[in-house]
Design a protein around this ligand. Structure first.
Ligand SMILES: NC(=O)c1ccc[n+]([C@@H]2O[C@H](COP(=O)([O-])OP(=O)(O)OC[C@H]3O[C@@H](n4cnc5c(N)ncnc54)[C@H](O)[C@@H]3O)[C@@H](O)[C@H]2O)c1
Ligand SMILES: O=C(O)C[C@H](O)C(=O)O
Ligand SMILES: [Mg+2]
Length: 549
């Protein structure tokens, strides 16, 4: 038997613990005679590949995760580009739409409005309370760009947590997927006899606020060491719960802050490529958003850092950003605006409402066009040609998910910009050949950052997740490109390197937590960067052997 001992600190004293050992031998007869882990991996992969439809592959992989967690994560780590789109975006969107039909067994915690007044009791039913470190919590009210999916939102929480394990080595037993079910306004679901959620419309805003107060308080009592990631709450709730709870509990909102961080990171690299072609100073970039929801405004806020890093003031940075929603350009003279849209509302435009995207592009002359609108095909030929007319290397980020809601596809962007586009999308697209060159799409998806943010916050036992920690994650990701990746003009690293990237991001997050005084692990302050990185990597869980052998 191989036993590996690793040092750890307890109350200031160094101790040793066993971190891995060879698997216990199963009783003879309970496994077939020729059962080798390496061969079984090939078997599992071929079972997966024998399925035609992505949703069938999703179901197979979820069942594999239940039956043999180690094998599931070995496959994930060995075949990241193939498996990520199956357990996460875009397939997870179909899994949510179909969840009431494909449901096999509960996997996660459902907290419903019926539990009001006794939420703590429900949370205590979770079987691994002591080990819980990270929960992804959704209320299913805005799943990707698919709208209100009620209790069918659970796969989103499960998918994000699978990436925490695969991408950052969080122990599977430390993850808690939670779906809050407070009704749904999805009429089709309410009429579906198979629908698994509460059969009632969503509760009122006041009832929801009261429910969330109890939920968050009980979460902190039952799971004292837990970091919470809010996911896919509709925009009004996303902003209000983030601001009401972030100073009281360790949490972040993935759609606002995670997306902001991942887009800032990609934009830092994209702007350098674009400026190299145009000669335009970095501080002179102009960014136009189609979509002004939680993601659009969250990204806008974070992209202000891009300009501030170039030496611009808050006000100058704000003025480099224009927002468009379903009513057109957002400006003061347009009439009443939702609270979250006011910050970027323009006071330098006073004309009639401007709704045509090409007209807006010709007015703003942006260097970058970002889509967080859920409006498929919004970046059409006219739009991309207008962007290309103003820029030798236009930056186009159609970030809406899943694939079928993307503002444009990569091959369209390549064709209509004649190969000049600098591109990142929320969902994955295949690479393209153009005039003898291979062009690679970036994937501007928060999956690059939330695992590392979570890992850093967990290891530093951060009391809260600050804006600087999010920005540190973003800068850490931007710096993670290798020379080879830069040579290929990638703006995000290859997903295969996610574990290394997450470790780098966690390091940046921990250092920032220490600087801001929100960390609660003084012994980590004594480590230099190399030692801290080693410590982080040493903490990562690795799938080792087949659970059932
Ligand atoms: N890539 C990522 O990592 C990432 C992260 C978060 C969200 N997203 C995606 O962003 C999208 C939006 O998410 P959200 O939470 O902000 O949703 P939301 O519904 O709150 O926001 C959508 C915005 O788009 C605008 N819009 C809708 N139709 C429009 C039209 N015809 N013309 C112009 N604007 C229009 C709306 O007015 C609104 O401002 C979703 O598809 C989501 O999957 C991607
Ligand atoms: O889930 C994703 O793929 C990204 C993002 O959180 C979204 O809501 O679209
Ligand atoms: Mg999301």
């Amino acid at each position: 038997m191989v036993v590996v001992l690793t040092p750890y600190w307890f109350n200031g004293v160094q101790k040793l613990k066993v971190v891995s050992q060879s698997p216990p031998q199963p009783p003879r007869g309970l496994t077939p005679p020729s059962m080798q882990a390496s061969v079984h991996k090939i078997r599992c992969l071929s079972q997966l590949r024998s399925k035609d439809k992505s949703l069938e592959k999703y179901i197979y992989l979820q069942q594999l995760k239940d039956a043999d967690t180690n094998m599931f994560y070995q496959l994930c780590l060995d075949h990241m580009p193939e498996i990520t789109p199956l357990i996460y975006t875009p397939t997870v969107g179909d899994a949510c739409l179909q969840y009431s039909q494909i449901f096999r067994r509960p996997d996660g915690l459902f907290v419903s409005y019926k539990d009001k007044g006794s939420i703590g009791k429900v949370l205590r039913n979770w079987p691994r309370i002591d080990e819980a470190r990270i929960a992804v919590v959704t209320d299913g009210s805005r799943i990707l760009g698919l709208g209100d999916l009620g209790a069918n939102g659970m796969p989103i929480a499960i998918g994000k947590l699978s990436l925490y394990v695969a991408g950052a080595g969080i122990r599977p037993s430390s993850t808690v997927p939670i779906c809050i079910d407070v009704g749904t306004d999805n009429k089709k679901f309410l009429e579906d006899p198979l629908y698994i959620g509460l059969r009632q419309p969503r509760i009122s805003e006041a009832e929801m606020n009261e429910f969330m107060e109890e939920f968050m308080y009980e979460m902190s009592v039952v799971f004292p060491e837990l970091l919470i990631q809010f996911e896919d709450f509709s925009t009004d709730k996303a902003f209000s719960f983030l601001s009401s709870f972030r100073d009281r509990y360790p949490l972040f909102n993935d759609d606002i802050q995670g997306t902001g961080a991942v887009v800032l990171s990609g934009f830092l690299n994209a702007a350098k490529l674009s400026s190299a072609a145009s000669g335009r100073p970095l501080a002179d970039h102009r960014i136009l958003f189609l979509g002004a929801g939680s993601a659009g405004v969250g990204v806008g806020m974070q992209l202000m850092s891009f300009f501030k890093l170039q030496g611009l003031s808050d006000e100058e940075a704000r003025r480099r950003i224009w927002l468009v929603d379903s009513q057109g350009l957002i400006y003061d003279g347009r009439g009443k605006l939702a609270e979250h849209k006011k910050f970027f509302s323009r006071n330098d435009y006073t004309g009639a409402p401007m709704t045509d995207l090409v007209e807006i592009i010709n007015y703003v002359k942006p260097t970058a066009l970002l889509g967080l609108s859920t409006l498929k095909g919004a970046f059409n030929q006219g739009v991309i040609e207008a962007m290309s007319a103003h820029n030798p290397r236009p930056i186009l980020f159609p970030l809406s998910n899943p694939v079928r809601l993307s503002e444009c596809e990569f091959h369209e962007a390549v064709q209509w910009s004649r190969g000049r586009v600098i591109f990142a999308s929320g969902s994955p697209f295949p690479e393209q050949q153009h005039e003898g060159r291979t062009l690679y799409p970036g994937q501007g998806n928060n999956m690059y950052v939330f695992p590392g943010i979570g890992l850093g916050a967990i290891l530093s036992k951060a009391a809260s997740v600050t804006d600087s920690m999010i920005e540190a994650a973003s800068l850490g990701l931007a710096d993670a490109l290798t020379d080879e990746e830069r040579g290929l003009e990638l703006i995000y690293p290859r997903i295969e390197r996610i574990r290394d990237i997450s470790a780098q991001i966690a390091l940046a997050v921990i250092r920032c937590a220490q600087k801001e005084g929100v960390d609660r692990t003084p012994h980590l302050q004594q480590l230099d960067d190399a030692e801290l990185l080693k410590h982080i990597k040493g903490k990562m869980w690795n799938p080792e052997h087949m659970s059932h052998l």
